[in-house]
Design a protein around this ligand. Structure first.
Ligand code: GUN
Length: 298
């Protein structure tokens, strides 16, 4: 069996093309979609991610302002910054880069972002709406996965989707999306995690396998079903002797599934670049809403 590589680039190119006229439309009303990204501390991977975000926004004539905050900032100062951004009419999306330093209460910080500007979709109100079946902002990585499934015509309805990992960022919202009667959804969904006893028992039943655990090469060819469609969300930095000093590996050992899987997203170049594109989608959507509801937007 030839295994199809589900690359992110053609998917995000088609999404961005559709965003261009929407940005132009907003410009006619003097609105430029703007993201405020808050980066606390100096986690190198987070710095790369935030820099890539800024570039993607600028390329689409949108704005992205980064707030670099020292690692020892107080919760009070961070909450004050978020409060001022909630009230700023020119800011349409607020993103707090995770993980936050240990002394900060992540839940409290994320809950302080206005649900109207919560382009990450992490606020309990937005997570609740998603679970209820009427999503407002959908978390970016899971919605990027749906776009990949849609673009490559991977059937979802009636199939067994198995999700590895129960994070709030990927696993849980991915479950909420795939299990519902949405255009891309209506799957039978199993979600497993560190409490699961026989991992391979579940992975072998997966028509669609979504790996989001952060363990390099955790899934190997002997653990999958012939013809499975595999979405690898893992981006793991593994030290090597290259110039950079590391390479990126997914949660799936791609070489061992080639020829057995129907398709797989590569790492890098699969799900990763989709996340930033979906952030653009959410920020532009928020800007469009701000136009309609100028009076109660902030
Ligand atoms: N850290 C890893 N992924 C994400 C994401 O999608 N959003 C935020 N805010 N932080 C992250």
């Amino acid at each position: 069996m030839e295994t199809l590589l589900l690359k992110g680039k053609p998917v995000l190119d088609s999404i961005k093309e559709a965003l261009v006229p929407r940005v132009e439309n907003l410009k006619e009303s003097d609105i430029v979609p703007q993201l405020a990204a808050i980066l606390v501390g100096d986690d190198p991977a987070s710095h790369v991610y935030v820099r890539n975000k800024s570039k993607a926004f600028e390329r689409l004539n949108c704005k992205s302002k980064t707030y670099k905050i020292p690692a020892d900032t107080t919760e009070k100062d961070l909450l004050e910054l978020i409060d001022s951004l909630n009230k700023d009419i020119e800011i349409h999306g607020i993103l707090v880069q995770l993980p936050l330093p240990k002394h900060l209460d992540s839940k409290k910080i994320l809950n302080s972002v206005s649900p109207k500007k919560d382009v990450d979709g992490f606020h309990p109100e937005n997570l609740g709406l998603l679970l209820e079946g009427s999503p407002n902002f959908i978390p970016c990585t899971p919605s990027g996965v749906l776009e990949i499934l849609k673009y490559y015509n991977i059937p979802v309805s009636g199939r067994h989707a198995v999700i590895i990992g129960r994070s709030n960022i990927v696993g849980k919202p991915m479950f909420a999306l795939l299990a519902q009667k949405f255009e891309i959804g209506n799957a039978t969904v199993t979600i497993f995690h560190t409490g699961t006893k026989d991992i391979a028992f579940y992975t072998k039943q997966a028509d669609i396998l979504i790996a989001a655990v952060g363990l390099p090469n955790m899934v190997t060819g002997d653990m999958i079903k012939v013809g499975a469609d595999i979405i690898d969300v893992g981006i793991n930095r593994v030290d090597d002797d290259s110039e950079k000093g590391y390479k990126l590996l997914g949660d799936v050992d791609i070489n061992s599934v080639m020829g057995k899987a129907n398709s797989i997203t590569p790492v890098p170049g699969g799900v990763g670049p989709m996340t930033i594109t979906m952030l653009l989608v959410n920020t532009i959507k928020s800007a469009e809403k701000s136009k309609k509801y100028t009076l109660d937007y902030c």
